[in-house]
Design a binder for this molecule. Structure first.
Ligand code: OKP
Ligand code: ZN
Length: 338
């Protein structure tokens, strides 16, 4: 399988994240890169598709903010990574403020997603990586793996969060639509619900979003990912959430996967984007499912059995020691299976 990676994605070096009342070392760190690059072997760098495909998904004001936020942080006399701390709670009036702290709150929904000096560069090349994989598949490749980092599925049209700054999977899906695909499906198998991907396509019927994830009653991102979120307006019915309880292993996961694949097949998409997170793994340090390394090859085979042109976009996965096997192993097996 063709694998896309760009070294500029290493430029994002978050020092910490704030949750449970304290700052912890960032779970989404560069050690993930080395762990995954080893087993996947040779990679290709993406072409530069520019800002246009990013701006099909994200607002201009959000992108301007993301590009300049760390400089504004420094200009305000701060050091280190930029963090939000004041948020415009629901139903506050939409003031146009320019103070960096107001902007950080306006464009963030959590405190785990700091902006450093290299965050824009890394996020930009993560989006280009997703686009290059999409181009390869639109051009006739059966599948392609976009090793995107930082991840993207928590990032909405005009907000960041969940270690995500640009919505890589959504950018890939929208690129395929712009290239003439009538229907696209996103299958999100990261442990966490992909609230950004869901939001971006919530009112649309052309891009189906299907997610299997930890029940948000117990787990991040809490405010999205519940089973009764089915889309709205024209998008009614084009969103399927399959929340599962903490402790779910392969036997509990399989029926949800079968339901997800059935719904995707009935959408009849010309392209499938898989948001792949290896944080469903039993030893993941921030997650609570019980999948084993040996479960990822059957998972990949079942997804491949749809027979759809498929772009795999990397999302989470934080058990660094096992990450190579849980990512490289399953992509190698799905390659061997065809
Ligand atoms: C990103 B992706 C506890 C805090 C959780 C955010 C989790 C983001 C996950 N460790 N904070 O979906 O893997
Ligand atoms: Zn995750």
């Amino acid at each position: 399988m063709r694998c896309i990676w760009d070294d500029r994605q290493r430029a994002h070096v978050p020092t910490g994240e704030f949750f449970n009342g304290a700052v912890y070392p960032a779970a989404e760190h560069e050690g993930r890169v080395t762990a995954i690059l080893g087993p996947i072997g040779s990679t290709r760098a993406p072409a530069d598709f520019g800002l246009d495909p990013i701006l099909r998904v994200h607002s201009v004001d959000y992108v301007d903010f993301l590009k300049s936020a760390h400089d504004q942080w420094l200009q305000a006399g701060r050091e280190g990574d930029a963090f939000p701390y004041t948020f415009p709670v629901v139903r506050r009036r939409p003031l146009q403020l320019s103070r960096i702290d107001a902007l950080l709150g306006r464009y963030s929904f959590d405190t785990s997603t700091p902006i450093g000096p290299g965050t824009w560069e890394a996020s930009y090349w993560a989006a280009q990586t997703a686009l290059a994989a999409t181009e390869a598949v639109l051009g006739g490749e059966r599948s392609a793996f976009a090793f995107c980092r930082p991840p993207g599925h928590h990032c909405g049209r005009d907000y960041l969060g969940g270690y995500s700054y640009l919505s890589n999977a959504a950018i890939a899906a929208e690129h395929a639509i712009a290239a003439g695909e009538a229907r696209v499906a996103i299958l999100d198998v990261d442990y966490h619900h992909g609230n950004g991907s869901q939001d971006i396509f919530y009112e649309r019927s052309d891009v189906l979003y299907v997610s299997i994830h930890a029940d948000p009653v117990m787990d991040y991102p809490y405010y999205w990912g519940h089973a009764d979120e089915t889309g709205s307006g024209l998008g009614e019915g084009a969103n399927l959430n399959l929340p599962l309880p903490r402790g779910t292993g392969w036997s509990g996961y399989q029926p949800a996967l079968a339901a997800a694949l059935e719904r995707i097949a009935s959408h009849d998409p010309g392209l499938l984007v898989v948001s792949y997170g290896a944080d469903t793994y039993e030893e993941d340090p921030i997650s609570h499912f019980k999948l084993k390394t040996s479960d990822y090859a059957p998972m990949a085979q079942r997804i491949a059995s749809l027979g759809l042109p498929t772009v795999i976009v990397m999302e989470g996965g934080y058990a660094v020691d096992a990450l190579g096997d849980n990512v490289g192993g399953s992509s190698a097996d799905s390659r061997a299976s065809r």
